[in-house]
Structures are given as C-alpha cells and as structure tokens.
Design a protein around this ligand. Structure first.
Ligand code: OAD
Ligand code: ZN
Length: 345
C-alpha cells in the first residue's frame, strides 16, 4: 500500500517534445525499443474551453463524472487550505514551534509530540462549518445521476453535510469519524475523542495508555482500502474528471488524474494552474506510453481545460450554462435552512 507522500512541485513548463530533452527522449525510445502511446487519444470536446465541457456534459457520452477535491473547495466556508501563501495553514503554525509545518501531520512527530495536532484539531473540529456552493454542485451531479464518485482529500466532512451519499464518497485522507490507539489499535468513536479534546486532554487509550489518533491519514501512513478499490473500479469508465481546489502536491492522490482513459476530458477549477507535469516526468511517462499530468499549455492538448478562479464561481458558471442554476440555488437554500434548524436543536 502506497503511503501518503508530498511530491516535489513541478518547476517549469518546458515543451517536452522539443529541444535537448526531445532529442534525448527519441534516443531513449530507439534504444529501449519503446513506441509511444499505442492509440492516439480521440478528441471528445468540441472546443477546449468551458463551453466544450458543458456540451460534453449535456451529451449522452458523459454518464460517469468523477470529481476530485482538496482544501480549496472549503476555503469559502471559512476553513483555511494548507499551501496558499498568506492564509494557508502551513504558514500559520508558528505558535506550535514545529521543526517544519508538515510535521503536524507526520506520524513520527506525532508519536513524540501529539499536542500540536490536537490543539489544531480542536480549532478546526468538524461540525462548525457549512458546505459551499461547490459542495452542493457535486451533490447536484449525484442527484442528476452523473456522479460516479467524489474523491476528496478533505477531512472537514462537508461532503456529508451537503448530503453526498457515503457510497459516492471516497475520503482518501480518512476522517474524524473513528480513531485508533496508535499502540494497541483499539478502536474509539468520534464522540469519545471529541469529549477528550474539548476538555483539553490528549486522548489516551483506556487499555494501554497509548495516544488515540483520529483516523485521518498522516504522512507516512497508507490510504484507506476504499481509495484503491474505487480507483481501479471507477477510473477506467470515467467520462469526465473535474479537479477542484487542490494543489495536487500530495501523492498518491495527485496521480489520480493520470488514471482516466487517454481521451477522457479533464476540467480543472482552481485559483491557480496545477498538475502540469514537469518535463522529466513527462518524458519518462511518454516512454512508457502514458501521459503524465495536465497538458493545459501543450500544443498536443486534446482534452484538458482550466477554469481559473474560485471553485464556487466555477461551479455556479457551469450550473448556469447547464441550465441547472435554479436547482443548485434550491440545494444551497435548503442546506442553509437545515443548518439553521440543526443550530436551533
Ligand atoms: P492545498 O492547500 O495544498 O491546495 C489548495 C489549492 O486550492 C491551491 O492550489 C489554492 O490556490 C486553491 N484554492 C484555495 N481556495 C480556493 C478557492 N476558493 N477556489 C479555488 N481554488 C482555491 O490543499 P490540498 O491540495 O487539499 O493532508 O492539500 C493536500 C493535502 O495536503 C491535504 O489533504 C492535507 C495536506 O497535508 C492532511 O493530512 C490533512
Ligand atoms: Zn491502546
């Protein structure tokens, strides 16, 4: 089982077919007797823009949509993401005196010093935030029978709150719903951990006094089985991949984008362009007959579209162009009403 790992970010967008690199690539292909991709991808989109994607979504060829998300879909709910320069969590952890920001989610560090994680967990504890229009757009895809699966890296549970069915959801980085003792693996439920946390105790095992850690996936831990099962069952039949609010820097989640069929359109909705492979990775993957990363700026792009900006705006624009605006608004209003009713109870 692959463990969660931070990748190095891609540096420049060198055109991999040209220049010295291109020469090296043809040389290696010849030497290794490797041919390129077997079948050239079919162009599915009528145009490489949002209208092309919308036309595809309206057609009978688009029945299985997979959505992939990260912290950026929840920032408008008031939850910080991790890597945005000013507001990102990793830039705001000074008070925890960590050796480096990611240590707060590292198992080895947690074994030695669990306090920073629990202080943060208390601050960001699920239950105090409302889903965003983007979450409701994903729910609308489910209502329309178009959502094959939603893969999320988020642990804020806002997908559940928005009503997305458990069956449609893959929580790739786990959740707070269960917890385990890191020594004897005894199972604990969310409420027990929550009580400990909110009375400012480090949750410790009633059997062996080991620390009890919520089942969110730390760096150095394996992802849930469901992630790998759904990856192999769903991605081969994906007709459209929508990637939202993620920097695509954490593996193995980031490489999901390379698991859809070669012709499957991929729409990125994010504040910045991400997921474009660096030239060396592209070259290696090309050699193996695979494409690596989004091809947003490549002249060979046949299927990737970027809608740069806020996830909510992107989803509202899609809904409008699809003629779903009213239905989306209804879901948002109903969600707000539920939230208010719950608050009253
Ligand atoms: P990041 O913080 O790395 O990336 C968030 C991305 O969303 C960035 O590219 C932002 O520019 C973008 N963004 C932020 N707000 C947005 C908005 N309203 N609309 C559109 N785009 C927006 O977050 P992740 O990719 O989710 O692991 O990070 C991956 C993993 O790294 C997390 O699951 C977490 C962390 O270590 C944990 O274990 C908790
Ligand atoms: Zn124990």
């Amino acid at each position: 089982v692959a463990s969660k790992d931070e990748t190095t970010e891609s540096s420049e967008d060198e055109e991999h077919e040209g220049g010295a690199l291109g020469g090296l690539m043809s040389y290696m292909k010849q030497k290794l007797n490797i041919s390129g991709p077997q079948e050239p991808p079919v162009k599915v989109l009528s145009s490489l823009d949002v209208d092309g994607v919308v036309q595809h979504m309206k057609s009978d060829n688009c029945r299985n949509i997979i959505t992939m998300a990260g912290a950026g879909i929840s920032t408008s709910a008031g939850i910080p993401d991790f890597r945005s320069p000013e507001s990102g969590l990793y830039n705001n952890l000074q008070k925890y005196n960590l050796p480096y920001p990611e240590a707060i989610f590292e198992l080895n560090y947690f074994r030695k010093n669990p306090q920073p994680f629990f202080t943060l967990a208390k601050e960001l504890y699920p239950g105090s935030f409302d889903p965003t229009p983007c979450h409701y757009f994903i729910k609308l895809l489910e209502n329309k029978g178009l959502l094959l699966r939603h893969f999320t890296q988020n642990i804020d549970t806002l997908e559940y709150v928005a009503g997305i069915s458990e069956d449609k959801l893959v929580e790739a980085h786990g959740s707070f719903r269960t917890a385990h003792c890191i020594q004897c693996r005894k199972l604990y439920h969310q409420n027990w951990v929550k009580d400990q946390l909110f009375s400012d105790h480090i949750p410790s095992c009633t059997e062996c006094a080991g620390v009890v850690k919520p089942d969110i996936v730390f760096f150095g831990e394996g992802l849930p089985d469901k992630f790998f099962q759904r990856l192999s069952s769903d991605f081969p039949s994906c007709d459209l991949l929508i990637i939202m609010g993620t920097s695509l820097t954490v593996q193995p989640f980031a490489s999901l984008i390379d698991n859809v069929p070669a012709s499957c359109p991929r729409l990125l909705i994010n504040r910045e362009a991400v997921g474009e492979s660096d030239s060396v990775m592209s070259m290696l993957q090309n050699l193996m007959g695979k494409s690596g990363g989004l091809q947003l700026k490549s002249p060979h792009n046949t299927r990737d579209v970027a809608l740069l900006g806020d996830c909510d705006d992107g989803c509202l624009l899609l809904a409008e162009k699809l003629g779903w605006k009213e239905e989306l608004d209804e879901l948002i209003v109903a969600g707000k009403k539920n939230g208010t009713d719950e608050a009253k109870v």
